[in-house]
Unconditional design. Structure first.
Length: 167
């Protein structure tokens, strides 16, 4: 029994730490931390990169970069069996989804300070005629954050067979 508990703690210690951090960010959605500054440095170049594909994709590009970068790295580490690194990047993806949810929710309130002029999600949602649903769409991104945190938590479970093959 004690050995089973020790094995569980050994496998899931990072899952618990990052889960508590994820819950903290969900509860304090809208308050900013150092991670949000990192997210901003990922978001802004996304506009330049995706600007090559037209105006709509340019406005969406910052958000796309916030999703694609951590998801791609998380999947790469998961594929390589790097449990802890993939968990960190799935956590970061979840944090980005929370960050995005705040931005989307603000699309019709326009209270956030914006760098570079236009409010991406105000422009996007006005363009597609969904501006009145900004809050609801924001909560969809909260749901994606929760799914990212759940995936992050269970990575040790999914990789247990991979780790056993290496032994």
């Amino acid at each position: 029994m004690i050995e089973t508990i020790k094995l569980h703690i050994k496998s899931y210690w990072l899952s618990y730490i990052l889960s508590f951090a994820g819950i903290y960010f969900l509860i304090n959605r809208g308050s900013y931390t150092f991670l949000d500054l990192i997210d901003l440095f990922i978001h802004e170049p996304g506009h330049l990169i995706f600007g090559l594909f037209g105006e709509f994709v340019q406005f969406l590009g910052g958000t796309l970069m916030q999703i694609i970068l951590p998801l791609g790295i998380a999947i790469a580490f998961l594929y390589k069996g790097q449990k802890y690194l993939s968990q960190i990047f799935f956590f970061w993806l979840g944090h980005n989804f929370i960050n995005i949810s705040v931005y989307v929710d603000d699309a019709n309130k326009m209270k956030l300070r914006i760098i570079g002029g236009a409010h991406d999600w105000n422009w996007i949602l006005n363009k597609i005629g969904l501006i009145e649903y900004a809050e609801e769409i924001g909560y969809v991104f909260v749901g994606f954050a929760v799914l990212s945190f759940i995936a992050m938590f269970f990575i040790p479970y999914f990789l247990r067979d991979y780790e056993n093959r290496l032994k």
